[in-house]
Write a protein of this length. Structure first.
Length: 441
């Protein structure tokens, strides 16, 4: 059964999350204690007592308060993002945030913890692994598919501590700046500081408890959903400059970090400068200054000048010498050719009309009923496809009773797709976007 994170009330937006029938899942409306985990904190009952990552950058992951606080959730629900979205994650260019080899060595040296680690990950039915379920013997190969990054936003997860030989679930919010390993669909799978396994969060209305960091805001917490395709390159944001860069997937991807592709844009991240879109550095190639040399070839008119040079030999006939002088005069006549160059100028004007043809939008909104509760509440899975890659699209959900009850701006993934949930018990359910598209149930 698909479950949702957020308040159970008509018209609340909810992301796709992991379903779970375990006893520790709180019923919607009862409230679930969710622990705040600062980036510097290894958490309770960590798998590894020795850190597997360097300390977080305090400028990006601000130190938390020394005392415990309880924070109620906002009226809105948690935002959902696809794992492949540009700028969803961060990092420092050419620098790894997690020692994957040390993690593998640690688990291989602790078979009981290795078994619990694998079991925790296997609890997620959407785990990205060819065999479906991991075995202890797969740990080395599996970690080779993971990529070290930093969370760019506070993120909800199910963390795990190790106690009494088993992995115990901890519903958590990991502070931005926390080092994690993500899988090939962009889902966080390991908390690097302690080696804890991570899976998507459980469903329920949360109540946050822990040491609050200065920029903590329940309204901007995110949940990561798997990307629809395997990610070969992640577009990360440099936590020092705010500039996006590209990192190949894998534990050693940081060794081959490159500039982000031209046209890359990322959503703003609080506390970081917002860089302009990445543009192609084709300016140098556009230096077709060599085209000017042809002009000198045209001025080869001086060639006639050498003709007078042979004239000197016939010195006895000075009168003929002046005759050649007039010959160069006709050479200037070719000067008219310069006017033709302006003719090409109109040619560039021709391309100008080319930009106008904007391709007709093939964007589409598709609805799928995923659940109908006894009280008549229907959960709708909304699929957005055919939008420009990485574009921002404002969508809204409405019904014939409450009107518009949800509106948000979503970032499409690299394939121009995204999806989210709305639910209502009222008739006339409709989803529309800011581009004139709409679909009704």
């Amino acid at each position: 059964m698909v479950v949702a994170l957020g308040l159970v009330a008509a018209g609340v937006f909810v992301p796709r999350l992991l379903s779970d029938d375990d006893a520790d899942v709180a019923l919607a409306g009862e409230g679930l204690e969710v622990f705040l985990e600062p980036a510097e904190d290894m958490g309770e009952d960590p798998f590894s007592d020795a850190p597997l990552s360097p300390p977080p950058d305090p400028a990006f992951a601000k130190p938390p308060a020394p005392t415990i606080s309880v924070v109620d959730p906002p009226a809105q629900a948690v935002s959902s993002n696809r794992g492949g979205e540009p700028g969803l994650y961060g990092g420092t260019r050419d620098s790894a945030s997690c020692d994957a080899a040390q993690l593998v060595a640690f688990l291989q040296a602790n078979p009981e913890k290795a078994a619990a680690w694998v079991g925790a990950l296997n609890a997620d039915p959407e785990l990205s692994w060819p065999a479906g379920s991991l075995a202890v013997g797969d740990i080395g190969a599996y970690v080779e598919t993971l990529t070290p990054i930093l969370l760019a936003r506070d993120t909800r997860v199910t963390n795990h501590g190790f106690r009494n030989g088993t992995a115990n679930r901890i519903q958590s919010v990991l502070q931005r700046g926390t080092a994690v390993l993500v899988d090939d669909k962009g889902v966080p799978r390991v908390k690097c500081a302690c080696g804890n396994p991570l899976i998507p969060p459980q469903a329920a209305e949360p109540r946050y408890r822990g040491r609050v960091w200065p920029d903590f805001d329940p309204a901007v917490i995110i949940v990561v959903q798997p990307a629809p395709v395997v990610i070969n390159n992640f577009i990360l944001v440099d936590i020092n400059t705010g500039v996006p860069f590209q990192r190949p997937a894998g534990p050693d991807g940081h060794q081959n970090d490159t500039d982000a592709p031209p046209g890359t844009t990322i959503p703003p991240i609080p506390g970081l400068p917002t860089p302009p879109p990445v543009v192609a550095s084709a300016a140098p190639t556009a230096t077709p200054a060599p085209t000017t040399p042809p002009a000198p070839t045209a001025s080869s008119a001086p060639a006639p000048a050498p003709a007078p040079a042979p004239a000197p030999p016939p010195a006895p006939a000075p009168a003929p010498a002046p005759a050649p002088a007039p010959a160069p005069a006709p050479a200037p006549a070719p000067a008219p050719p310069p006017p033709p160059p302006p003719a090409p100028a109109p040619a560039p004007a021709a391309p100008a009309p080319a930009p106008p043809p904007p391709a007709s939008s093939s964007s589409m909104i598709r609805l799928q009923e995923t659940q109908r509760d006894p009280d008549g509440t229907v959960t709708w899975d909304i699929f957005l496809t055919g939008y420009p890659p990485n574009s921002q699209v404002t969508v809204s959900c409405s019904d014939s009773v409450d009107g518009v009850f949800y509106s948000d701006t979503l970032t499409m993934d690299a394939n121009g797709e995204n999806n989210f949930f709305c639910f209502t018990r009222n008739p006339g359910f409709t989803v529309s976007d800011d581009r004139g598209n709409s679909t009704s149930a």
